[in-house]
Design a protein. Structure first.
Lengths: 442, 302
């Protein structure tokens, strides 16, 4: 499997001289790896071809500098080109007179109904009065699903069962919105195949009647090569204005987003990142680009760390680590900092190469383990925290009692702490890859 | 009945034409050129076979060409077919005569088509003279129970469910008790969709499986993963994780009535040694058929 494009490119360019211009041959060799990465991320075959052609033009003849080695140069260009392709996040268009209509369309099972509810919640949180319209009369209980969500969220739902034609239901919903001063109407339409002419005609009718501000394609991040065809056809029939990528909380690389962007040119607006109704995130091109290239979501992690870490504390801890003066007290503080970053399962997602670890690490167990460690250290005297070596049998028994753990637990922590000290020395010398072990449950 | 078979065939033909129509033209009686290999690669990748599988197939085909001195594309056709077929694991046919209770656990990601497929399977098993009972163990998704109820009604089979938010294990237990006392042949268990990366949800699924195992001898006899035919390379990760968690024994691939090609099943089947059991080709009760590897591969070149 493909873990890190930079690594692969580094490999490719190893034999290359450190200076001079990137030749066509150099670039082509590097781009072979990029091509594989993109295809494995489900970017459409033809889209990849066009994309690489653009990168090639930019990369050939580029001066290899002191600062960036050839691999980094190519990655930089690829990344920039990806960002250009992905475009910037666009807000919902709520211009013009109320009520504004947002129409959700897409294939079966892509996540329209859940997304409709999420959008309503988001719209309400920014001061709108949303009305949901249940226009999927085909899938059994689709109406009931939206009604249930509406009830849970306390968002009104306009529904007329399954007896009426969806365009009529939408039209009535819009009328109700006008009469009752709702500011935004979100239309949940049935999933359909782009090649289903009759069903696509129904969407055209809904669009004609409701004149939506937004026609958003809801697309599953796991979609493969066919994303292009689907998006093209939806765009041709109903004129899309944006894209929402769903199920981004999984480990699909999400290359379909590039394909869809390339063939429709419409902006990506949101990403669905969970089953809960607040799990809708504004689209971040840089994060998606890193993800598509298989480089994890380090940016999010770094951002979170910047928001939550006490910079002074972190700098002090780093300094101590370098000097190998890191003690139990520092460890405790670090733990408390990490805890601020959120649940461990979320962190694992963001670190490249660790996503796969989620099957091996029980986040709950890891959290429990962290709590245990905290309790143990809290039961130590300051002196013991600075010099864990002085911990003899008696002290360990006292600590175990005080923290509600066992002497084995205390011993285990001490063992791991020593391990960690070793690891940190490696880390500071640039060799470490120990983060994974720190969270491994027992 | 005949009409149903025909409509499945039509749906698949659409898939094939979209995916492999051009391979078929490629594989007309012409000479093998370097461009031919490029186009073949393009087609296989666009059918979602993935770079690795595609490279694998191409390499094998090239080896044949060299070894057997094949120079024309039509001669290559049977070689390609055989290699593709060889990737698809075959399984013992389902035992449709036993008096023993057979329990099938249905798992998969959100929206892949589990509930709809269960309805179709219920109708299919019924058509084979089996009595069927459904267990509505998706208590998470809003109105999931209602959805299955509608389908059960259409298929004319009983369903055992519970309150939204209630313990899926308890429902499975009740359903299997009922099935045993009613001497039902087949129980199909619908579970909530979940992403294979969610540790807690996968743990919950393991629990459901454990309850199943305790509530009836030898159960679940089959655990089928429902894969959305429009899914790309992530299908492999899904299959890996679901297999690791609940010992998946087979795959159902859905939504093949669209233009997506479902080529990722080659890697899934080959790498994880999982047979493809059924294909689903629409939203009606009859839109399901036993997977036929030979026919599927033959169809690629029709
Ligand atoms: N076109 C098509 N749609 C399907 C097929 N199977 C399921 N669906 C649709 O996919 C959507 C999700 O299906 P559902 O059974 O609710 O998925 P679940 O969440 O896995 O239970 C529904 O709109 C179904 O009608 C299929 O074979 N072809
Ligand atoms: Mg379901």
């Amino acid at each position: 499997m493909f873990d890190n494009l930079t690594g692969k490119l580094q490999e490719v360019f190893k034999k290359l001289s450190k200076r001079g211009k990137l030749s066509e041959a150099d670039v082509d060799e590097g781009l072979r790896e990029v091509r594989l990465a993109l295809l494995e991320a489900d970017v459409n075959f033809k889209v990849v071809k066009e994309f690489l052609a653009r990168v090639r033009v930019r990369a050939v003849g580029v001066e290899v500098s002191e600062a960036l080695n050839p691999a980094q140069q190519v990655i930089k260009i690829v990344h920039e080109e990806l960002l250009t392709t992905l475009g910037t996040a666009a807000p919902l268009d709520l211009s013009g007179p109320s009520p504004h209509v947002i129409m959700l369309v897409g294939l079966q099972g892509s996540g329209k109904t859940t997304t409709a509810a999420k959008l309503a919640v988001r719209l309400r949180s920014i001061g709108n009065r949303p009305l949901l319209v249940a226009a999927d009369t085909y899938r059994p209980a689709a109406v009931a699903q939206l009604e249930t969500l509406g009830k849970q969220l306390n968002v009104p739902v306009h529904s007329e069962g399954v007896g009426k034609a969806p365009p009529e239901i939408c039209s009535n919903g819009l009328k109700k919105a006008r009469e009752q001063a709702y500011s935004v109407v979100v239309l949940d339409t049935a999933g359909r195949l782009a090649i289903d002419d009759q069903m696509m005609a129904e969407l055209e009718a809904i669009k004609q009647i409701t004149k939506p501000n937004e026609v958003l394609l809801v697309s599953d991040a796991m979609t493969g090569q066919d994303a292009v065809r689907t998006a093209e056809e939806f765009h041709r029939r109903v004129g899309l204005t944006g894209l929402i990528l769903t199920k981004v909380d999984g480990d699909a690389r999400g290359g379909a987003a590039i394909s869809i962007r390339s063939v429709t040119g419409v902006p990506i607006k949101f990403m669905g990142i969970g089953e809960k109704t607040d799990a809708l995130e504004v689209f971040h091109p840089d994060r998606l680009a890193s993800r598509i290239l298989g480089m994890g979501d380090m940016l999010t992690l770094i951002e979170k760390a910047q928001e939550n870490f006490d910079q002074d504390e972190a700098a002090k801890a780093a300094q101590k680590m370098m000097e190998a003066r890191f003690d139990m007290e520092d460890f405790l503080q670090q733990l408390q900092q990490v805890k601020k970053l959120g649940p461990i399962s979320g962190l694992l997602d963001m670190i490249p190469g660790l996503g796969g670890m989620k099957q091996q690490v029980d986040p709950q167990q890891a959290e429990a383990q962290m709590k245990r460690i905290e309790a143990i250290i809290n039961s130590m005297t300051p002196d013991e925290r600075h010099r864990p070596d002085i911990l003899n049998g008696g002290r360990k028994r006292r600590i175990a009692r005080g923290s509600g753990t066992t002497v084995q637990d205390v011993n285990q922590l001490l063992r791991e702490f020593r391990e960690m000290q070793k690891m940190m020395k490696q880390f500071s010398s640039g060799k470490g890859r120990g983060l994974a072990n720190m969270f491994r449950g027992h | 009945m005949l009409e149903r078979v025909k409509s499945i065939r039509d749906a698949l033909t659409r898939t094939r034409q979209a995916a492999f129509g051009r391979v078929a033209t490629l594989l007309g009686a012409t000479e093998i050129t370097p461009e031919f290999w490029d186009e073949l690669e393009a087609l296989l990748i666009q059918a979602d076979l993935g770079v690795e599988t595609t490279a694998d197939i191409l390499e094998k085909a090239k080896a044949h060409v060299k070894r057997e001195g094949i120079i024309r594309t039509d001669a290559l056709k049977s070689v390609l077919k055989a290699e593709l077929r060889a990737m698809l694991v075959t399984a013992e046919p389902l035992d449709l005569t036993t008096d023993d209770l057979r329990v099938v656990l249905i798992v998969g990601t959100n929206g892949s088509g589990k509930t709809t497929s269960i309805a179709k399977l219920a109708a299919w098993f019924k058509g084979q003279g089996r009595s069927v009972l459904l267990a509505a163990a998706d208590t998470f998704r809003a109105a999931a129970g209602d959805q299955l109820d509608v389908w059960a009604d259409r298929a004319g089979v009983p369903v055992i469910g519970g309150q939204p938010g209630s313990d899926p294990g308890a429902i499975v237990y009740d359903a299997l008790q009922a099935a045993q006392s009613r001497k039902v042949n087949v129980v199909l268990i619908d579970t909530a969709g979940r992403l294979h990366t969610k540790f807690n949800l996968m743990q919950e699924l393991k629990k459901v499986r454990n309850v199943t195992a305790k509530a009836a001898a030898g159960a679940p006899h089959e655990t089928w993963l429902v894969l959305d035919g429009t899914t790309g390379q992530n299908a492999l990760a899904q299959a890996q994780q679901f297999k690791a968690a609940v010992e998946v024994t087979g795959v159902i691939i859905t939504k093949l009535d669209g233009t997506a090609k479902g080529g990722m099943v080659f890697a899934v089947s080959h790498q994880l040694q999982l047979p493809i059991r059924f294909i689903a080709t629409g939203e009606k009760l009859g839109d399901i058929a036993l997977f036929d590897a030979a026919a599927f591969v033959d169809g690629l070149f029709e």
